[in-house]
Design a protein around this ligand. Structure first.
Ligand SMILES: [Zn+2]
Length: 188
């Protein structure tokens, strides 16, 4: 769920992610005559909203942008994600947004479920690893759990991402979670 995974026996495994501020990462497609940039089917900045994000437990205000399926990412990560998803589709790979930005309440819920699972409570067995509230890259708006990769490093979607995600600044940075991709803004 995050780069900062609380591991019961070892304590938090901290892998701080400090993305650069968004550079001028406008999409390539800008219409020549219109004032607004040309965007894909997600509608670009439409529907963006101000939210409280957390990095290493510290709150800040960021703008998140919808990326489909009711999910959001921080504006720069959203732009990169949408370009990546479009490129995947062109290559015949169907990926979509599973879980992006989470507010504190959502992360708390996932954390509580994960803790219950660790205690062996039956109802919670379907919860995944979750970072401590305030310490997930999902709360920073830069992590996306990608649909299409679930449960398998052998899936075509994972294989495509493993090869191409870095071209969009995304890395798979939680072991055991082929679906979890974090935007680091280091395009290769
Ligand atoms: Zn995740």
């Amino acid at each position: 769920m995050s780069a900062q995974v609380q591991n019961g026996s070892r304590g938090p495994v901290v892998a701080p992610v400090r993305p650069q501020a968004a550079s001028s990462s406008q999409p390539a497609a800008v219409s020549g005559t219109g004032a607004s940039r040309t965007v894909d089917s997600f509608g670009g900045a439409a529907g963006s909203k101000e939210v409280t994000a957390y990095v290493n437990g510290k709150p800040s205000q960021i703008t998140v942008v919808p990326v489909g399926n009711g999910q959001y990412l921080r504006a720069d990560a959203a732009d990169a994600y949408q370009r990546m998803e479009a490129a995947a589709r062109k290559a015949g790979i169907n990926i979509s947004a599973g879980s992006g930005f989470r507010d504190m309440k959502q992360q708390q819920y996932l954390w509580d479920g994960y803790q219950a699972k660790l205690r062996g409570e039956k109802w919670a067995q379907s919860f995944n690893k979750a970072a401590r509230p305030g310490f997930s890259n999902h709360q920073n708006g830069i992590a996306m759990d990608v649909e299409g990769t679930h449960k398998s490093y052998k899936s075509a979607a994972y294989q495509w991402l493993a090869k191409h995600a870095k071209e969009y600044g995304f890395v798979n940075d939680v072991s055991g979670e082929p679906w979890h991709w974090t935007y680091r803004n280091k395009v290769q």
